[in-house]
Design a protein around this ligand. Structure first.
Ligand SMILES: NC(=O)CC[C@H](N)C(=O)O
Length: 310
């Protein structure tokens, strides 16, 4: 558990102020208009404590597009639904490739390297589409339950844009289907995947909703079992090795926390037995990870001595 939350809040404020005044690099995602129009100056950091309390600084209560952070939640739902069968259809190795790469998928006969690159998340979306009668609604309900907030919503503007610019994801899904690794019809799989990506949440909501991964699978607020301790371990392991895409090695080397980024500029990091940190800043580096979001996490982890490798 994080102690002395007042000091932690002062630290978050100081870090946010320091980062917003630095000359920053990076580029806001512009593959869809709905993301391109988000102001590059947004900046936020929030820490959810394992006892359910939280502190934040900057725009930490403002919703943004969670994008690939949704892959974590989809994965947990799929693991809960089909158990170890999932690992017959998706691997658990780092890809060493950009998040939306297609090359490896053909070499490896339609089996995605891991569930947190696009191909893997589309595979997970197929599992959810095939095993829930209303998978999009089930996903939204899951998010609302985890965040303890019924106001969480799907940003229709982002969803529509994703659909209109979804050719690469469609290509990944059709390639997997050609290998027999996708069961449902591709339009339904894509619709589920883009719905997940289009969920809007704030840093505070995201940090709270992932507390179960810092607490061996149990939501510390409701005491509800969200997944088994073994699956919480597995998700954290995948996030440690692949959550920051092809920057995961460097992230483990310099920060040492299971983490997941999204092209909306959000980054979440799990601190087992302590809580969850979420940062947000839209400009991205060449890996698709938030520049300031990663800096904020690095500074905080260093100052507080947080690393799972200590
Ligand atoms: N890295 C990401 O956040 C990618 C999500 C994005 N919607 C895509 O599918 O390309």
């Amino acid at each position: 558990m994080f102690k002395d939350l007042a000091r932690l809040q002062a630290k978050l404020k100081a870090l946010v102020t320091e980062q917003e005044n630095l000359c920053q690099q990076g580029k806001v995602a512009d593959y869809i208009p709905a993301l391109a129009k988000v102001p590059a100056t947004k900046i936020a950091a929030c820490v959810a404590n394992i006892n359910g309390s939280s502190v934040g600084a900057g725009d930490y209560q403002e919703p943004f597009s969670i994008q690939s952070i949704s892959k974590v939640f989809g994965l947990v739902m799929a693991m809960n639904r089909i158990g170890d069968d999932l690992w017959q259809r998706v691997n658990m190795e780092p890809s060493g490739q950009p998040f939306n790469s297609i090359i490896q998928l053909e070499w490896e006969k339609g089996i995605p390297r891991n569930p947190v690159i696009n191909a893997g998340a589309l595979l997970v979306a197929d599992v959810l589409t095939s095993h829930f009668s209303t998978s999009k609604l089930a996903f939204l309900c899951f998010m609302r339950t985890l965040a303890h907030d019924d106001n969480i919503y799907i940003d229709q503007d982002v969803y529509q844009s994703e659909l209109e610019h979804g050719n690469r994801n469609a290509a990944l899904a059709y390639l997997m289907k050609s290998f027999g690794n996708i069961e449902a019809e591709i339009p339904a799989v894509l619709s589920h995947y883009f719905t997940q990506c289009a969920v809007a949440m704030s840093c505070e909501q995201l940090a709270k909703s992932l507390l179960f991964l810092a607490n061996k699978g149990v939501d510390p607020i409701s005491k509800q079992v969200i997944c088994t301790p073994r699956d919480a371990h597995r998700v954290n392991a995948i996030l440690s090795t692949s959550g920051m895409y092809d920057q995961s090695g460097e992230f483990a080397f310099s920060i040492g926390l299971p983490a997941k980024s999204g092209v909306g500029g959000g980054v979440v990091a799990i601190v087992p037995n302590y809580g969850v940190i979420c940062t947000w800043s839209p400009p991205l580096n060449s890996f698709g990870n938030s520049v300031i979001g990663t800096n904020l996490l690095a500074n905080l982890a260093q100052e507080l001595g947080l690393s799972i490798y200590h």
